[in-house]
Write a protein that binds this ligand. Structure first.
Ligand SMILES: NC(=O)C1=CN([C@@H]2O[C@H](COP(=O)(O)OP(=O)(O)OC[C@H]3O[C@@H](n4cnc5c(N)ncnc54)[C@H](OP(=O)(O)O)[C@@H]3O)[C@@H](O)[C@H]2O)C=CC1
Ligand SMILES: CC(C)=CCC[C@@H](C)[C@H]1CC=C2C3=C(CC[C@@]21C)[C@@]1(C)CC[C@H](O)C(C)(C)[C@@H]1CC3
Length: 417
């Protein structure tokens, strides 16, 4: 038992798994950054060559990162068009969250455009990726330690269901507090959607500009990768409120996993395809480019429609767009959709996301496995995430969940998985 009730089962392989991930995740990120710029660009196999500490540590990179975090924090604090309520907490209260992420993206884009037209050498950012990734990793480690210490003096009612086992490493990894805040500034919500996601598209843009400097103009493949991923980030910020019902916000504590994931992993590994293209240019014919656009559009359509259908249903089950759908009642008073997108598979939104991830790698050709790292990682992440969500839904809905699983037997891919 923990002060706030029964302890959730250990996840991620317990303390040993958490310790291994705290080493392996940063190591994988650095391996990918180095492999992308190396000649053979091998996903597997020994690292191309280990960087010297001087290549990793740069006070300038740390300052740049802190300035970026400061800018995004300032934009978060600007007046928001709406304050959204999160889901009900254990003490029956609901936290308020500013909905101004898209506004922050637009202001950031304007600032970057003004900077670039005034001669800011954004392309030079591509030479700083290693020290920036190092600074972000260091920041994530220090941040998760501070969050752990902050939680030591927090009341039991604000602690997350996992992450409070008494094992130092496991608790730092998973995070002890569910929604760590200072006044109304919510660290987890801020990190999940802003500095990392926007840094990802900024790095992509820097790679595109550098390619234009080197080769006269950006390649079609680079345009596609930039366009697809900008659409994905823009969508996340446009539908910002939907993140409030994801398991990261409602269930997981804020510890190393999310701090590192949001601040380092997302910007530096999700931009891998654009990094690869800068060092390994690919020619792409128009018909193939159109086919890839079609794949991305199909994936995006499924992802967006499925997410919107569930969000609309959760917010207002009598909304005309979802009122006609078939449902299963549960003991909690909530219902589960059993027709429409959620009657096709149990995670149609994951299916759409996976299809998009294929479209993000195809512009890199088929000569290397490296740009396909994202699909491999993402498949593993979503399969694991689906299993975690399944356990949580079983605890929440019991027999109703069993009935849903019987009526909708496939998890992510119809007739396959
Ligand atoms: N790019 C990336 O790195 C990542 C992207 N994602 C994306 O984030 C999005 C959100 O994913 P995630 O938070 O994992 O999960 P989901 O958005 O799929 O949410 C799962 C929750 O939805 C509710 N639910 C499940 N089935 C039904 C049903 N039949 N009817 C009504 N409600 C149902 C349950 O919560 P309740 O009943 O309590 O409402 C369940 O816990 C996805 O599109 C995913 O692809 C996720 C992780 C990483
Ligand atoms: C390997 C590692 C460090 C794992 C940590 C996982 C995180 C990288 C991801 C967990 C859930 C995420 C989500 C998004 C980004 C990746 C992380 C943080 C997300 C913000 C991407 C954009 C989507 O539209 C989304 C808002 C639905 C999504 C939410 C979950």
């Amino acid at each position: 038992m923990t002060p706030q009730g029964p302890q959730a089962p250990l996840e991620f392989g317990g303390p040993l798994g958490a310790a291994a991930l705290m080493v392996l995740l940063p190591a994988t990120m650095f391996h990918l950054l180095l492999a992308a710029r190396s000649g053979p660009a091998r996903l597997l196999g020994p690292p191309p060559s280990l960087p010297a500490l001087a290549e990793l540590w740069s006070p300038r990179a740390l300052l740049l990162l802190l300035a970026w975090l400061g800018l995004q924090a300032a934009l978060y604090l600007l007046p928001a068009r709406k304050m959204a309520k999160g889901l009900e907490l254990k003490d029956k209260s609901r936290l308020l969250y500013p909905i101004n992420g898209f506004q922050a993206l637009v202001v950031t884009a304007l600032l970057v455009s003004v900077g670039v037209s005034a001669g800011l050498p954004l392309g030079a950012l591509t030479d700083m990726l290693l020290p920036l990734a190092f600074a972000a990793t260091l920041t994530a480690f220090i941040f998760s330690l501070l969050l752990y210490v902050k939680a030591l003096v927090a009341p039991a009612s604000v602690l997350a269901p996992g992450g409070n086992t008494g094992n130092l490493i496991y608790d730092i990894f998973l995070g002890r507090e569910l929604n760590p805040r200072i006044c109304s500034f919510d660290f987890k919500y801020f990190c999940e959607l802003r500095p990392g996601l926007m840094a990802w598209v900024l790095i992509n843009l820097a790679l595109l500009l550098r390619e234009a400097e080197l080769r006269g103009s950006p390649s079609l493949a680079m345009w596609l990768v930039n366009g697809f991923q900008l659409l994905y980030v823009g969508d996340a910020l446009w539908y910002e409120e939907a993140v409030l019902t994801t398991m990261d916000i409602t269930h997981d504590g804020f510890g190393f996993m999310l701090a590192f994931g949001d601040l380092a992993w997302v910007p530096f590994t999700y931009s891998l395809q654009a990094q690869f293209l800068l060092y390994h240019p690919q020619s792409l014919e128009l018909p193939m480019a159109l086919l890839i656009c079609l794949i991305n559009a199909v994936g995006y359509y499924i992802f967006r429609r499925a997410n919107s259908q569930k969000n609309t249903f959760r917010k207002n089950p009598s909304d005309p767009s979802v009122a006609g759908l078939e449902t299963i009642p549960t003991a909690t008073g909530r219902k589960l959709l059993v027709s429409g997108w959620w009657g096709m598979v149990r995670h149609p939104n994951y299916l759409g996301d996976l299809i998009m991830s294929l479209a993000w790698s195809l512009p890199c050709g088929v000569s290397h496995l490296l740009p396909y790292f994202y699909i491999l990682y993402f498949t593993a992440l979503l399969v694991h995430r689906e299993a975690r969500d399944e356990q949580q839904c079983l605890r929440k809905y019991g027999r109703a969940w069993h009935e849903y699983c019987q009526r909708v037997p496939y998890r992510i891919v119809p007739y396959i998985y």
